[in-house]
Design a protein around this ligand. Sequence first.
Ligand code: ATR
Length: 282
Amino acid sequence: EALAALFPAGIPRLAAVTGWPLTATRSPLLHNYWCDTLGIEGLYCAIPLPPEAFERGIRTMQSLGFRGSNVTIPHKEAAFALVDRRTRAADRAGAVNTLIFEEDGTITGDCTDGTGYLASLSEAGIAMPRKALVLGAGGASRAICAALLDSGCSLLLANRTTARAAELVEALGGGTVVPWERWPESLPEVSLLVNTTALGMGGQGDYDWSAALGGAAPDLAVSDIVYMPLETPLLAAARARGLATVDGLGMLIHQARPGFAAWFGRMPGEDPAGVTEEGSMA
Ligand code: ATR
């Protein structure tokens, strides 16, 4: 009642992103921008929760009337275990990045990372590849590999720790592991290269991307899922060779859209009008 008095037009719809330490997230900017531009009385906030407080935090958000939450590192597996039901995409990814708090008190878990990635390719004008090479075998890689495989794309996977790549291929029931040191040799076979490793952010030693791309076919598309910075060392090297590139901003936007629609009732547009690296809306 006190809240109702404070908000005569109705309490804003609430959603959040939770992660730990959650210092780098741009999700609040994006969702609040969409609320503003669509005229929705909504508020999307960042709620840092250390792992030991994750479940308590989610239950508290439910009891406060939140519609749901995005979940990021390191909680995507905990979210997978916590939910009452999962979408097929979440099952394939082995992770949940979108929680929908249902009116009956249950929670539905989705993983929109893989479809968000594919949507970012299509938005960039890149045709669905017949064969792709994915670098990295972490959580982001698994969601993307699952989406590629489930769209009929053949998959090569390279990871510094080979055993992790082998586990991923086993879990997904598709794909072929190539040795990390020799991934550039596979480039002539593929029409898409996806980097999901931390090498994307630069400053992780000086990886010689330019030399690695030496054998690329001219029609190779190169993508990096990192969005800070947008121009990663890999994408710079690819552009210098005249290759088509896709940065991580499109995936950020497209993975966010289904959650926004579920919580705030409208599917947002695809154009964020620019989330700058400083974190302000252009
Ligand atoms: P995410 O969930 O974001 O994918 P992650 O599970 O920590 O994060 O995975 C990070 C990925 O980056 C892994 O594939 C990791 O390789 P390992 O499995 O061998 O650890 C990769 N990675 C991180 N730093 C790297 C580096 N300096 N060189 C090559 N690969 C690196």
